[in-house]
Design a protein around this ligand. Structure first.
Ligand SMILES: [Zn+2]
Length: 247
């Protein structure tokens, strides 16, 4: 086979130095280091790009694409920096409310997957994780899974969440002893989580959410308590006596 030489084709017709082109060979297939028939080593391709009308069109298009790419990357970095600044300037409680609480509520909702809204018994409507003792009433125990159960949005937003019904339902589903335990959570010493702790909790919670999401199953009341025990221990936020309910 004749050696390929640097000779422009297509848009680059009429250009080229005529010297043999460089190539690399793999499995008997030669790949020439050329574009539009013009060699790169001999610089004919570059010369053509910067000296011909057709070449310059390609060049300016490539420059534009590269510029846009750089801009896009810069915007992305700016956004990330801004987000990080926002996170850094957040109070721990704001961070908890924004990034941690939604995950913990989701864990409770996934544990209770397929079960009805606790206070109302409704299966319909969008479900959330709703606190028994509200976040406003006790900030300390707001991440304790024994204080959060599946609750419909409608019920959760109705006058602080159907309190009496919530209590009665917990007794009906899980028994009086468990309700005593839940209400006893209120005697946990006051804790104030710092940002680094919250970040750690968030990372753990994210993994747990992904894991639960992959293995959604309808659990019995006993299993729902056991799962709460297990994940509470994994999250490791509260004092031992408040982590697990023995059944
Ligand atoms: Zn050439």
């Amino acid at each position: 086979m004749a050696v390929k030489v640097c000779r422009g084709t297509g848009k680059a017709k009429g250009f080229g130095c005529g010297k043999p082109l460089q190539y690399s060979e793999r499995n008997g297939i030669k790949t020439y280091d050329a574009k539009y028939g013009l060699g790169k080593k001999c610089k004919c391709y570059n010369k053509w790009l910067s000296s011909s009308d057709e070449g310059m069109k390609i060049l300016s298009k490539a420059t534009l694409v590269a510029k846009k790419k750089v801009e896009k990357q810069k915007n992305k970095e700016d956004k990330e920096r801004l987000k990080q600044m926002k996170i850094d300037s957040m109070s721990p409680d704001k961070y908890r409310a924004t990034y941690v609480q939604p995950l913990i509520n989701k864990i409770a909702r996934f544990i209770d997957y397929g079960n009805p809204c606790v206070p109302t018994g409704n299966y319909e409507g969008k479900m959330a994780g709703g606190h028994y003792t509200s976040v406003g009433a006790n900030r300390t125990i707001c991440l304790n899974l024994h204080n959060i159960f599946i609750q419909s949005f409608a019920s959760n937003s109705w006058k602080g969440g159907d309190d009496k019904k919530y209590r009665a339902s917990l007794i009906r589903i899980f028994g009086e002893e468990y309700l005593d335990f839940i209400e006893g959570l209120n005697s946990h010493r006051s804790i104030q989580l710092r940002k680094p702790q919250l970040i750690e909790i968030k990372e753990k919670a994210q993994k747990i959410v992904l894991d639960l999401e992959k293995n959604l199953e309808v659990l019995s009341p006993k299993e729902r308590i056991q799962k709460r025990n297990k994940i509470n221990v994994e999250l490791d936020i509260y004092d031992t006596d408040y982590l697990t309910f023995k059944i």
